[in-house]
Structure formats: structure tokens, C-alpha cells
Design a protein around this ligand. Sequence first.
Ligand code: SAH
Ligand code: MG
Length: 196
Amino acid sequence: MNKEELQKIKEKALKEYIPIIMDDTLEVVDNILKELKPSKILEIGTAVGYSAMCFSEYLQEGGKIDTIERDEERAKEAKENIKKVEVADKINILEGDAVEILPTLNKKYDMIFIDAAKGKYPFFLQQALRMLNKNGVILADNILYKGYVMSDYNKHKQRTAVRNLREYIAEVTNNPNLETEILEVGDGLAISKWKF
Ligand code: SAH
Ligand code: MG
């Protein structure tokens, strides 16, 4: 992997206010991946490919990441970026709306990283649970949404997102088959695993 190119892509994304994974969140995910040694990762929300490229370092030999992006421009940029960083053989960018693409997927994944439209998190969870391996983990980024999720105050604009993020949290905590932790890193990260 070309780390210099990766760093440039990160800086460009930050300058353009693209909401890439925050450093403290990435540190947590890195540690999970080090232990998990995944061979298949699914990401919902590629943006310009930054998080997927970071995760690709931890794949087992021959492992692959499928990542979904609906914005045409961003998907195009992500495709260029994975070539520059020399990880194109490990990352498969699926272009389109995850709401339509997810039901067509039938693989099993070791890690599923949910990082797209907040209003769709409950649906993404339902799809993720269907494809999660026995030892797998589902991560949901931005789960605390700038604190709105845990506060009574939220603007009209954010109401649907907040309602759906709360529904996600309720579902992962009430599901008797899951063990869930919510961390206040970055914009909030929910970590769910199968309970044994
Ligand atoms: N994971 C990236 C950041 C993703 S930002 C990183 O950390 O580097 C969220 C992205 O999800 C945006 O680019 C947005 O276009 C995309 N997105 C939002 N809703 C989506 C949907 N329903 N299907 C596919 N992509 C979606
Ligand atoms: Mg995010």
C-alpha cells in the first residue's frame, strides 16, 4: 500500500468536508481488525474510499472488501484512489443505492461497517445481520450524531435521522443474540457481535 498517497487523499477529503472516519474511531476499528483478521468486509458508504483503504491493511491474504457508494462522483474518485494507493485488487466498489444493492448480496462477512444515510440504519442492520459471520462484528459509525441522539434537543432537519439512530440502538441492545457496546469515539460507534 502506498501510504503517502493515502495521506494525500485523507487531507484532500478533510479539506472538502467529506465525512471520512475520524482518527480515534479508526484506532478502535484497527484494534478490532487486528484481532479479527477478516477475509471479507462489507462497507456501506464508501465516499472516496479512505476507510476501506485503511481497513484493507488488515485483510487476510486473498481477502476482499465490498463497499457501496451511491454518489457517482465519489464512487469514481474512490476507484481512482484505490489504484493510486495500490489496493485495487482488495477493494470492490459497488456503485448504487445500498437500499437496492444489499438485498442482492448473499455473502458472509467478518466485519460490516455501516457509514451511510442515518435514516436507513435500521434497514442496514437488518441486512447486515443476515450476512454476518459467526465470529463477525457490525460497526455503526456516527451513531451518536453530534450528541443529538442522547439529547432531547434536535432540529427538525435532524429528527428522522435521530429517530432512526435511536431505533438502531434499541434494536441492537434488545436483540438477545447480540452483545453491543457504544463508544463515544468520533461521532459515536456502535459495536455489535453475536452472543455465545
Ligand atoms: N466510509 C467513508 C465515509 C462515508 S461518508 C470513510 O470513512 O472514508 C457516507 C457516504 O455514504 C457518502 O459518500 C454518501 O454518498 C454515501 N451514502 C449515503 N447513503 C447511501 C445509500 N443509501 N447507499 C449508498 N451510499 C450512500
Ligand atoms: Mg462516518
